[in-house]
Design a protein around this ligand. Structure first.
Ligand code: NA7
Length: 542
């Protein structure tokens, strides 16, 4: 039996962001009965929720878009080098309409639990409305930076003003005009929001625990020539990004070590890339992520830029990161971030020197006293990579929960299937390139892999796929081995789970979207090596 009857879905997709939408499209094209469930009232995922002022993608728009349909990539026109959140959301809506995807999406419905029934070989999935759904396969496209994290600060419940999280921003927007605003957190979201809120608010006070390295975006409208450059050779450029680059993004790639350049040459190279803008700077030399001596030359350059830009030397010093190598925490890309600290209405509070004690009814109390605020913005990040999965009560074989299995660190073969949770595929899961790649490139690869796999299973009369314990163990060890050859594990970053108290510290993303793809292809050629496939006829005769 290849077609489940009785209302059972072939495939239930969790989420209608970039991942869920393309998954739905591919599955429908392949003739599967698929349906997506989405917590929001519309499509967009991450780009639906993150509506804070200044929200923008820091991968260039000509690259941060789907490549699966030539007409789509030719017809869509991006207006800027780095697209704003509203423009990306318009694009996703366009895709949903163009491929008529909404008719197979249920909105305003959050998946809260999923239990695998061994006997029927089905997932029983529960929604927040108490509805029970049945599916042969579940694909989680619930996102890797989609579970916002509000820190557990004493007294937050007493605050009389309004507070917001950047990752769950009010749909109607927020007007900060005339208000005294506190902003906690200086990761990518904080760094994008700070310059915009500072322009509007009466007073903005930034509470910083760890300073971040940030590069100027040099955003600008796209020119016809730039658009033509991409559109006239999209197929080749996309292929190159997918197959030849570690991050799935094309930059000006380096040819030499930073240590083989003279001081003068190096400064010239860094300056040229700083002026060019965006993450090009990361690719100045080929050893910045692996050699501490090389890395320090880049970090020193950025620290000098901070000192040059920020007029008050004490503030510049507080904004300068020293505790971890540059690029080992997610690099930030900004527009006038450091310049914003020269404004009269902006203050920086260094929480390392003046720790935060408590939130009061009227403001924030730190070691040097209390400041009053009308609003607090939390730019405090996400339970990254695993949060969306562990917040669903997922129960696999033998009644074991995914949360329990992952209590010592997340484990999944290729980041796709965790042993003991058959027929549950994860997109951008732990052990896949996810956040260390242009995530659209990762998503497209996952979707193609999963859809091809389900088609293969249908053809072969196979109705269950799991990972072997051995293959999963080897993959987790391999992900860590690759990371250990770089400087990445040197930072207490959310790549390591270090931003969540009590979360096990394991390096989660796989470095190298191109290598990952090659490995996946090889595994498929070897008959899905490392996966355990069950022949449904054999199973039925047991
Ligand atoms: P991030 O990068 O996790 O940044 C969160 C920031 O919030 C970071 O500066 C944290 O400091 C700070 N933070 C977190 N908890 C606290 C508490 N309790 N007190 C003070 N400061 C705190 O999240 P973003 O949303 O900026 O970016 C996430 C990704 O989304 C981004 O990289 C892009 O890929 C898109 P810490 O460094 O932990 O000391």
């Amino acid at each position: 039996k290849t077609q489940p009857g009785d209302g059972t879905l072939h495939v239930l997709v969790i989420g209608a962001g970039f991942g869920g939408l393309y998954m739905l499209h591919r599955l429908r094209k392949a003739g599967f009965k698929a349906h997506a469930y989405e917590a929001a009232d519309n499509v967009g995922g991450t780009w639906y929720w993150n509506r804070y002022p200044g929200a923008r993608c820091d991968v260039e728009s000509m690259q941060y878009s789907y490549s699966f349909d030539e007409e789509l990539q030719q017809e869509w026109n991006w207006s800027e080098r780095f697209a704003t959140q509203p423009e990306i959301l318009r694009y996703i809506n366009h895709v949903a309409d163009r491929f008529d995807l909404r008719r197979d999406i249920t909105f305003n419905t959050r998946i809260v639990a999923a239990r695998f029934d061994d006997a029927s070989n089905r997932w029983e999935v529960e929604t927040d409305k108490g509805e029970l759904l049945h599916a042969q396969y579940v694909v989680s496209a619930a996102g890797c930076l989609s579970t916002p994290r509000l820190p557990d600060l004493p007294g937050l419940g007493n605050f009389k003003g309004k507070f917001y999280h950047t990752g769950d921003w009010p749909r109607e927007g927020v007007d900060f005009t005339g208000l005294r605003v506190a902003l906690i957190g200086t990761g990518s979201s904080g760094i994008q929001a700070i310059p915009e809120i500072a322009k509007q608010a009466k007073q903005l006070t930034v509470f910083q625990r760890t300073p971040n390295f940030s590069l100027p975006a040099r955003n600008a409208p796209l020119t016809d020539a730039q658009i033509h450059h991409w559109k006239s050779q999209y197929a080749q450029l996309r292929k190159y990004a997918r197959e030849e680059t570690r991050s799935g993004t094309i930059y000006d790639f380096p040819v030499k070590s930073a240590l083989d350049a003279s001081d003068e040459e190096r400064t010239g190279e860094y300056e040229a890339r700083w002026q060019k803008g965006g993450a090009n700077f990361m690719h100045s030399y080929n050893d910045l992520a692996i050699s501490e001596a090389a890395n320090t030359t880049a970090a020193d350059f950025v620290r000098a830029k901070i000192r040059e830009t920020v007029k008050d030397p004490a503030v510049a010093e507080a904004l300068s990161p020293y505790d971890y190598p540059i690029f080992t925490k997610r690099i930030c890309v900004d527009t006038e971030y450091f310049e914003t600290y020269n404004r009269d209405n902006v203050e920086l509070v260094d929480l390392r020197k003046k720790p935060l004690d408590t939130i009061t009814a009227t403001g924030i109390h730190t070691a040097d006293g209390e400041r009053d605020f009308d609003a607090i913005v939390f730019a405090t990040g996400f339970d990254a990579i695993t949060g969306a999965l562990t917040s669903i009560d997922i129960v696999g074989l033998g009644g074991r929960t995914l949360k329990d299995k992952w209590s010592e660190g997340p484990r999944a073969y290729l980041g796709l299937i965790s042993q003991g949770f058959p027929n549950l595929f994860m997109m951008t899961g732990p052990g896949s390139p996810s956040v260390l790649s242009n995530v659209i490139v990762s998503i497209e690869q996952h979707v193609d892999f999963i859809s091809d796999c389900l088609e293969h299973m249908r053809r072969a009369g196979i109705d269950r796929i799991d990972a072997s314990q051995e293959a999963e163990n080897e993959w987790v060890a391999h992900v860590n081995e690759v990371a250990s050859q770089t400087l990445y594990p040197r930072a207490a970053s959310w790549y390591m789970g270090a931003n969540i108290p009590g979360k096990p510290r394991v390096f989660m993303p796989y470095i190298g979207v191109n290598v990952y793809r090659e490995k996946c292809d090889e595994i498929v050629r070897d008959g899905y090596r490392g996966f355990v496939l069950r022949d449904e006829r054999a199973a039925a005769s047991v």
